[in-house]
Ligand binder design. Structure first.
Ligand code: CU
Length: 550
């Protein structure tokens, strides 16, 4: 796991530039890996680093904690509508305009161009109830030109030459929905068009999130701002007595960088290499503001946290060193709270935290990620009565029996060099997005998928439509695997950490490690996808379709 730690520390450590993929890996080891794997690993040139620095301001110098934390704008239904997609007669209908807006992300920055769901500049929030389906019409009102740099070697771009630059399609991440409403990347639509989606909400309470998934441009569209919360509630959760209402804070955390005019800056190929292998900014943003603050009472709060960054892993902790209780993961509550002081959240992962500020009356407590500040809680000096509770048992959460799996699949995570030898391509199972489907799964069957990570990166792998449990992780020799396809393990079988024992839809796959998950494919037959949720990897080309057959 050494390289996992090293790699992760790099990604979390302040300003890491787009191409800085392999600092810290010994050159001899790197060379050996390249030779064995036929891989070309990109390194940023000093020139690239200097060019990038000239194009961005130093966001670490912006004053911290000067903007109040915005809370997401709760979306309102416009009555009810019927549709052939519905199970019932009619359902609440939402019409969401997708627009270009201007939004000030920090007191000392001018308003920056962004994209937004809905009419406000900030993130949005849908409140949904279990088994009460909703209709959402996503309306593309974007201008014809993208304000971020488009590049060419990304997957699918050949076939997208005539596609509108500002295409979009919305995916409700973690939702069990029919394929037609899932936001398949090729179901994009251009400006002036809209798409009606049906979300049945037949699943346990959890924090889902909406984001763009349009072919070839989703990393740019999400970077531009197309993200939001979707909190699904149920009776079990409501009866627990957890902190609620104003004591529940939904937080979208991500990173950005700004050009000298205060506008969002995304690396612009070819100046900085053929494509940005990862994006890491130096401004930590929560709900649309750079390092904001919020006033809290000296009591328990429930923090719903989603990592909506393109590439950055957050290592969440509190600046006063106090512990917090983890009560949920991607797909809802854990069986029991887990006390932690530090939790690593990969892109697209969510966590559900209880933080008790009662011992920090009158103090300022920062939410941090290693040396980086994300936001500040200003705890009131007043004593308050806190009637909320955190039960020791949250819900029954049986582990799935491995014996129930009818099929086991071995999936490789690969890095290779591109046609011209310089840019790298990253693949799942050595296949591109456009290659024919290779994973056909029977509806209602259970399978075990092993992710064989041959790369030096942690890849957060996400499967659409399903939830799953993590079985274990075990390091192996990539050398042996690449020479004769043999899985020779080099370390012990590691059980998932306590906070990973709940239902998941994203799994962190460490380098040179086999990560196994068990997946019951309940829900709907149809075409879905699985992919790495580092958006720059997904785009080039770590994304594959899979089909559930009835
Ligand atoms: Cu990846």
């Amino acid at each position: 796991m050494k390289s996992w730690t090293r790699r992760r520390a790099m990604r979390q450590g302040g300003l890491l530039l787009g191409g800085g993929l392999l600092h810290g890996v010994p050159a001899t080891r790197l060379l050996a890996m390249q030779q064995k794997a036929g891989m070309a690993m990109p390194m940023p040139s000093g020139d690239q680093v200097r060019r990038r620095q000239a194009k961005t301001i130093d966001a670490m110098k912006l004053a911290s904690f000067v903007d109040p934390l915005p809370l997401p704008q709760v979306m309102k239904a416009e009555g009810k509508r019927s549709s052939t997609m519905l199970e019932a007669v009619d359902a609440p209908y939402y019409r969401v305009r997708i627009r270009e807006v201007e939004h000030r992300m920090h007191r000392d920055l001018p308003p920056a161009k962004q994209w937004s769901y809905g009419d406000g500049p900030g993130p949005v929030l849908f409140e949904a109830k279990r088994d009460e389906g909703v209709l959402v019409e996503w309306v593309n009102e974007l201008p014809p030109k993208h304000f971020l740099p488009l590049d060419s070697p990304m997957h699918g771009m050949e076939s997208l030459k005539d596609a509108p630059e500002t295409r979009t399609v919305t995916h409700l991440h973690g939702a069990r929905v029919p394929s037609i409403s899932d936001g398949y990347p090729e179901d994009w639509f251009g400006p002036g068009k809209s798409k009606l989606c049906y979300y049945p909400n037949h699943q346990d309470a959890t924090g889902l999130w909406i984001h763009d998934h349009a072919m070839g441009v989703s990393r740019l569209n999400i970077f531009a701002g197309l993200m939001g919360w979707y909190l699904l509630r149920d009776e079990n959760e409501a009866n627990l007595g957890l902190p609620a209402g104003k004591y529940e804070l939904p937080l979208l955390i991500y990173d950005r960088s700004f050009d000298p005019h205060g506008q969002l800056y995304y690396p612009n190929p070819p100046d900085e290499g053929a494509w940005a292998q990862e994006y890491l900014g130096d401004a930590m943003v929560v709900n649309g503001k750079v390092r904001p603050y919020t006033q809290v009472e000296a009591r328990k709060y429930r923090l719903r946290v989603a990592n909506t960054a393109n590439s950055r892993f957050f290592s969440l902790a509190l600046s006063n060193g106090q512990s917090f209780q983890v009560i949920g993961s991607d797909q809802g509550l854990l069986a029991a709270p887990v006390m932690m002081k530090r939790l690593v959240l990969a892109p697209a992962e969510r966590t559900d935290l209880i933080v008790d500020f009662s011992q920090a009356r009158g103090e300022r407590v920062n939410l941090i990620s290693d040396a980086l500040d994300l936001m500040q809680f200003r705890v009131s000096n007043e004593r308050v009565v806190d009637n909320s509770v955190v039960p020791t048992m949250l819900r029954p959460l049986p582990r799935i029996d491995e014996a129930s799996a009818v099929r086991r699949r071995e999936m490789t995570l690969n890095e290779f060099d591109g046609d011209n030898g310089e840019p790298m391509v990253m693949l799942l199972n050595r296949k591109h997005w456009i290659d024919p489907v290779t994973e056909f799964v029977k509806l209602d069957s259970t399978e075990i998928w092993s992710f064989v990570n041959l790369t030096q990166d942690v890849h957060p792998i996400h499967l659409h439509m399903v939830h799953f449990q993590i079985l274990d992780r075990q390091s192996f020799s990539t050398y042996d695997y690449l020479s004769d396809d043999t899985l020779r393990f080099t370390g012990p079988v590691l059980a998932p950490a306590a906070h990973e024992l709940g239902w998941k839809d994203v799994v962190q796959c460490p380098p040179e490690t086999v990560t196994r998950i068990i997946v019951p494919f309940h829900g709907y037959a149809g075409r879905y996808l699985w992919h790495c949720h580092i958006l720059e990897h997904e785009a080039n080309d770590m994304m594959r379709p899979y089909v559930i057959t009835a």
